[in-house]
Write a protein that binds this ligand. Structure first.
Ligand SMILES: [Zn+2]
Length: 620
């Protein structure tokens, strides 16, 4: 009975797919793998995390499913891996098989081809990563909060999983995974999988990820990592020095899950834990399923920067559940996530704050659009031949978010919420590309509510550069009030002490700093600093905005703090604009080079690459 029912369900699914007329995905240029011929459905890692040699070493086992007949090779992606041997399972025994490692391509790494038989079910590849693996960062004890133990973490998105395991590395397919990981007894490994809160001292750990995920979500970290439960579904993993402050700062995470479930349906990943990383983590957060990796730079003491958590949590629907099929489609992950993030913020912290965050993001995008190459202002961006990390600008995030806000305003929140929830349900645990999204939205939104928005308008949003003229322009009353006070101060109608800044939130401060006029004088900056001590702000976003403004205005009074800031933080969003401004403004070359020389060893390889490029470009 059960069997028949599932067959029936299957035929219904097939029929609905046909009815939606979905088309085959565009091939992912960023993988060498033959995932459209034979696909890995489950991977098992049996590895040792070796802090002495800065290597992950052992084997990976691929469980295969042939999609075509007479398959005689498996092709996987690698980058800077040493491959020792390959084996296939023949009956009950593992027998060695031929393999060939191709030349290194600058963007994609090296293709690894393994001879298999048409009926081969399992392949093992013995390998080790190298210390320079682009997807791993090995921190010395000094680079951690506790200063006593080393720390290691992975960052697999976009195409860095291949630098620590040989794998079919594309978001166009999914795997479940399991792992056996050995480490030093004093260090604990954790993964984007089931983690046992208990820390035993055997030095061997087991992990299981039963839900199929794209390979860029396979994640590992190891260090002096402790655990604190926050609520029924949430917990913090962090060095003990960061544990209490993190648990306090992020105590609303459960409320965020509850709000998201109300809007978009069940959270499908059981628990949602946060791993707080050392400050050199190059991103704000990484949405590794069940265990988001989070920068400590958002621990502000007042929850002012927790939209980052809403963002990573939102990925549990957009990105992790419904995944961009290629990196050209990144906007389907990040635009949807930025929109959902803002909806969660509205539910948990109210409309006033949500609108302020929209307005700040939109202003940031406007500034970015001026400098970006025109082609890179397109949502469905062309990135063949380029590193997909280059596609991470405000465009997929904020332009994507504004597109969804535009749809919401035209179709009405109620209709749009229904559409979005169905979109997540229909594509759960699947990938989707832009072409198929267009087919889906035409059928399920545009044609369902005729006369609201045309497909031409939608295609313009997705395929044309810059922002269309119908783009929403978020307006915050709170910011209008800040602007009024700023104008009065600048016109000498209001003494600096009379500004109602005591009631200002971090967002209002950010608006204030970002919107000071071009002709602001050094004397006025000094007056502001004297009154509000902005240079020494412990809020990393405020400090960033103030330091950036100061570089552009030649306010040398901040340079000591600037040096400390650049050396102590590795988050790209916060440091890269500061280096860029230093390089582009006159007379800062020597300072920038000197500080970078000190700071560089503490940065992640990704941040190093970005900043090296800035210096190289300016030298040419
Ligand atoms: Zn994101």
């Amino acid at each position: 009975m059960k069997y028949i029912l599932s067959l029936l369900l299957m035929s219904v699914t097939c029929f609905s797919t046909l009815a939606a007329k979905s088309v085959p995905f565009e091939r992912d240029w960023h993988t060498f793998s033959n995932y459209q011929t034979v696909v890995s459905t489950h991977v098992h890692l049996d590895v040792k995390v070796d802090f002495n040699s800065k290597q992950i070493a052992g084997f990976i086992e691929h469980q295969l499913k042939a999609l075509k007949s007479d398959v005689n090779q498996l092709v996987v992606d690698t980058r800077d891996l040493d491959i020792h041997k390959a084996e296939i399972l023949h009956g009950e025994t593992w027998v060695s098989t031929d393999f060939k490692l191709g030349d290194k391509d600058k963007v994609r790494g090296s293709k690894l081809t393994i001879a298999i038989k048409p009926n081969t079910q399992k392949v093992r590849i013995y390998y080790n990563s190298r210390p320079e693996a682009s997807g791993l960062q090995w921190l010395t004890p000094v680079q951690t909060a506790g200063k006593k133990h080393p720390f290691m973490f992975s960052q697999s998105q976009a195409i860095h999983a291949r630098s620590w395991m040989p794998i079919q590395d594309t978001p166009g397919m999914r795997v479940t995974y399991s792992a056996k990981v050995k480490t030093d007894k004093s260090l604990r490994p954790i993964m984007s999988a089931t983690n046992d809160p208990k820390w035993d001292d055997k030095g061997e750990y087991h992990f299981e990820m039963p839900q199929p995920i794209p390979t860029y979500l396979i994640a590992i970290a190891a260090g002096n990592i402790h655990y604190k439960k926050m609520s029924k579904q949430t917990a913090i993993y962090a060095e003990p020095e960061l544990l209490e402050a993190s648990a306090k700062e992020f105590e609303d995470t459960q409320a965020m899950i509850d709000a998201s479930e109300k809007l978009y349906g069940k959270y499908r990943w059981t628990d949602y834990d946060l791993l707080i990383l050392p400050p050199s983590f190059p991103f704000g957060g990484m949405e590794n399923p069940r265990l988001s990796f989070i920068t400590p730079t958002v621990i502000a003491g007042d929850k002012s920067l927790v939209s980052l958590i809403a963002h990573e949590l939102a990925h549990s629907w957009s990105g992790n559940l419904v995944t961009n099929a290629t990196w050209r489609d990144l906007w389907l992950n990040e635009g949807f996530t930025s929109y959902v993030e803002n909806r969660i913020m509205e539910e948990v912290f109210g409309k006033r704050r949500a609108i302020m965050e929209q307005a700040l993001a939109a202003q940031g995008l406007d500034a970015e659009l001026v400098d970006l190459p025109r082609g890179d202002t397109i949502l469905h961006v062309e990135i063949e031949g380029r590193d997909p990390d280059d596609a991470f600008s405000g465009v997929p995030y904020t332009k994507g978010q504004l597109f969804l806000m535009f749809l919401e305003s035209k179709f009405g929140r109620k209709n749009f919420d229904v559409f979005l929830r169905n979109y997540f349900d229909t594509h759960a645990f699947q990938s989707i590309d832009t072409k198929n999204f267009l087919i889906y939205i035409e059928k399920n939104l545009v044609n369902k509510h005729p006369g609201k928005v045309s497909m031409e308008q939608i295609v313009t949003w997705i395929k044309e550069p810059m922002l269309p003229s119908n783009a929403p322009k978020p307006r915050s009353d709170a910011f209008a009030n800040v602007q009024k006070n700023m104008n009065a101060w600048l016109a000498n109608d209001l003494a600096i002490k009379q500004m109602p800044s005591k009631e200002w939130t971090v967002h209002e401060w950010l608006y204030f700093i970002n919107n000071l006029p071009e002709n602001i004088t050094l004397a006025q900056l000094a007056e502001l600093d004297k009154q509000y001590n902005l240079t020494q702000s412990s809020n990393n976003e405020i400090a960033h905005a103030w330091l950036l403004l100061s570089i552009n205005k030649g306010n040398k009074a901040v340079y000591e703090r600037l040096e400390d800031y650049l050396i102590s933080i590795g988050r790209r969003k916060l440091i890269v604009p500061l280096y860029r401004a230093l390089i582009e403004t006159n007379g800062n070359d020597q300072f920038a080079k000197r500080v970078y020389k000190i700071a560089r060893p503490g940065y992640h390889p990704l941040a190093q690459g970005t900043i090296d490029n800035l210096f190289n470009k300016s030298a040419n």
